[in-house]
Write a protein that binds this ligand. Structure first.
Ligand SMILES: O=C(CO)[C@@H](O)[C@H](O)COP(=O)(O)O
Length: 218
């Protein structure tokens, strides 16, 4: 089983020193930096605007994987791409034309991701599979870090893997929410190749980041 990409969510970082945190994650072996953007409307929390993404961009060359929990999302695609996002991931519920939104993300030169909440059926993916570079399965309801992994997500990962393989898609299959060393291997065995983790990576402070990332890869 190949080691998964580890994508720490900076939602769990110390916001008073974001640049430093991103540098520490880079040094600790993170593969991507996962940026959770929340608008206080699509989800009940507000986080990082494009100016903040732009401010931390010079602190690492790692890909910025930006999860947009924003509705409507279309007006924000250009701003986050300009701020330095490499991957823009959107919810089918955050606009009326998912197909158009994914096409626009690729037109901007970014990788396009689609994210499914625990209650969102996989079938939506069938209609856009050729337009996505990343499928993100939420294993918690989005809005907050520190929640518990929803166990039925494992079966959904398996079904998503089967769907991607059947379509001949090379898209990454990423899982997010309550990911720890206790469930990471099961996610990968089910077919995930990228794991987002917030609380687990950041616990113990910067000196522990490398060990925490290694524990998720192991
Ligand atoms: O998008 C979200 C929450 O909405 C996630 O990225 C969480 O931030 C992951 O945090 P942990 O569950 O790993 O603490």
């Amino acid at each position: 089983m190949a080691a998964p990409l580890i994508c720490p969510s900076i939602l769990a970082s110390d916001f008073s020193k974001l640049g430093e945190e991103v540098r520490a994650l880079d040094a600790a072996g993170a593969d991507w930096i996962h940026v959770d953007v929340m608008d206080g409307h699509f989800v009940p929390n507000i986080t990082l605007g494009p100016d903040i993404v732009k401010a931390i961009r010079p602190h690492t060359k790692l890909p910025f994987d930006v999860h947009l929990m924003v509705a409507p999302v279309d007006p924000w695609l250009d701003a986050y791409r300009d701020a330095g996002a490499d991957i823009l991931t959107v919810h089918p519920e955050s606009g009326p034309h998912l197909h158009r939104t994914l096409g626009r993300i690729r037109q901007l030169g970014a990788k396009a991701g689609v994210v499914l909440n625990p209650g969102t059926p996989l079938t939506v993916l069938e209609e856009v599979v050729e337009l996505v570079d990343l499928v993100l399965l939420m294993s918690v309801n989005p809005g907050f870090g520190g929640q518990s992994f929803i166990d039925t997500s494992l079966r959904k990962i398996e079904r998503a893997r089967a769907l991607l393989d059947a379509a001949g898609s090379k898209a990454h299959l990423q899982v997010d929410g309550g990911v720890t060393s206790a469930n990471a291997a099961a996610c990968v065995a089910a077919g995930a190749d990228a794991l987002v983790a917030g609380s687990f990576v950041f616990k113990g402070g910067p000196d522990a980041y490398a060990a925490n990332i290694a524990a998720l890869k192991a």
